[in-house]
Design a protein around this ligand. Structure first.
Ligand code: T4K
Length: 369
């Protein structure tokens, strides 16, 4: 029996990729902002409908270097613990203190009604996460940030290609950070990008991703190495050609899941948001054992018995990671804690057949007691 994993990387035809990388062999130029990097950057700007894009090695470095480029090296950052390790680590690795805000029980994104109570004179920024492709309450975040003079750095790892009220999702906040990891809707093998408006920020991040080098003799920033190489940019150029079709196919799969699971008592799905053009990145289901009769872990195990590997994105909360032992209290974000103990992310990728989706749903529904 073939295993079904939570996702499977989308890839171009091999020939197409080979064609795209041929001139890399001719030029011997493999990295450091070569022609593929430049071309991909331009095409991405068009596709994402944003003013500026810079490319990075991965989504994590996009967040980490954005915080550094905004010169936020001291203070508190309001964020959520219901996310991948990257978001919290990027904050902590900048010497900043994460202050965890709870999430909205319907959208799983930062609960904007709880942000203001967490603001102190040390608060410097908000790092909200558009989780699973569900976007945050952008207007409220914008209002709060303006009122208190805070920077907003969106973790947009899950929202490639989305639009809100007709505008590219990368055009909100001071910066939006995308991930192009192999597991994402759009991948460059590994990769990431930042979208921003401020030209000064752009100069800073492009320097920081190249060790802080200004020119051959001047190094005036303590940067890292976070440059996207030419092979990853070439993969991006290939995958970008098919991205609309990719998203349309994901919608068909997500709709099929909804056909089976929407309205089932004890199961909560992510909301369909008004004014949002979604990318159908993940298909999370929150299982209420008291109503459904089986727990999240029981359903996960049952799926695994059938060779289907759903994942607990995002459990545990980042605030309960062992590396932060004793520093944070997960009980201060009760909604996030509640959801993280009950959520299961079902397989979703192009190539997953509707018959397989039916089978996955049948197994889930047969766990109902
Ligand atoms: N912010 C958020 C909210 C994020 O979710 C992430 C990344 C980031 C920031 C940071 O972005 P990056 O620095 O990664 O660009 C995976 C991904 O590695 C990670 O990128 C992603 N979030 C996270 C949600 O999922 P794991 O530890 O679950 O990956 P892994 O290796 O278990 O793979 C999951 C499944 O994907 C496999 O069962 C099969 C499939 N897969 C995996 C790989 C590596 C493929 O089909 N092809 C592949 O090459 O973290």
């Amino acid at each position: 029996m073939n295993k079904i994993l939570v996702t499977r990387s989308s890839m171009p035809e091999l020939n197409e990729y080979v064609e795209e990388i041929k001139d890399i062999w001719e030029s011997h130029w493999l990295t450091n902002m070569g022609v593929k990097h430049q071309k991909f950057q331009k095409e991405l700007m068009k596709y994402l409908e944003v003013d500026n894009v810079d490319l990075l090695t991965n989504g994590h470095m996009a967040i980490e270097l954005s915080l550094q480029a905004l010169k936020l090296n001291r203070g508190e950052v309001i964020t959520t613990p219901f996310t991948f390790a990257s978001t919290t680590h990027a904050i902590v690795r900048n010497g900043l203190t994460p202050v965890f805000c709870d999430i909205n029980p319907k959208t799983f994104t930062i609960d904007t009604e709880k942000i203001e109570a967490l603001i102190t004179d040390k608060t410097v920024a908000i790092v909200p996460v558009h989780v699973y492709g569900t976007i945050c309450n952008i207007e409220e975040i914008d209002r709060i940030a303006k009122k208190y003079g805070l920077k907003v750095i969106y973790d947009a790892a899950h929202t490639f290609g989305e639009k809100y009220k007709g505008k590219g999702i990368g055009s909100f906040g001071d910066v939006s950070c995308f991930s192009f990891h192999a597991t994402k809707v759009f991948n460059t093998i590994e990769g990431g990008a930042v979208c921003f408006e401020d030209a000064e920020f752009g100069k800073e991040i492009s320097r920081l991703k190249n060790f802080g080098i200004k020119n051959e003799e001047v190094v005036d920033g303590i940067g890292a190495n976070a440059k996207m190489n030419e092979f990853c940019a070439a993969m991006g150029l290939c995958n970008l050609k098919r991205i609309d079709e990719e998203i349309a196919n994901r919608k068909i799969i997500a709709d099929r899941y909804r056909d089976h699971l929407e309205g089932v008592e004890g199961l909560q799905l992510a909301p369909i948001q008004k004014n949002v053009q979604s990318n159908y990145a993940y298909f999370p289901v929150v299982i209420d054992e008291k109503i459904f009769g089986s727990s999240r872990n029981e359903i996960k195990n049952e799926l695994e018995r059938h060779g289907i590997y759903a994942r607990k994105y995002f459990y545990p909360l980042t605030s309960s990671f062992e590396c932060f032992h004793g520093k944070f209290d997960e009980n201060k974000t009760p909604v996030a804690l509640h959801i993280s103990k009950r959520v299961l992310t079902l397989p979703l990728y192009v190539g997953l057949s509707l018959r397989e989706v039916d089978r996955i749903c049948n197994i889930v529904l047969e766990c109902r007691k």
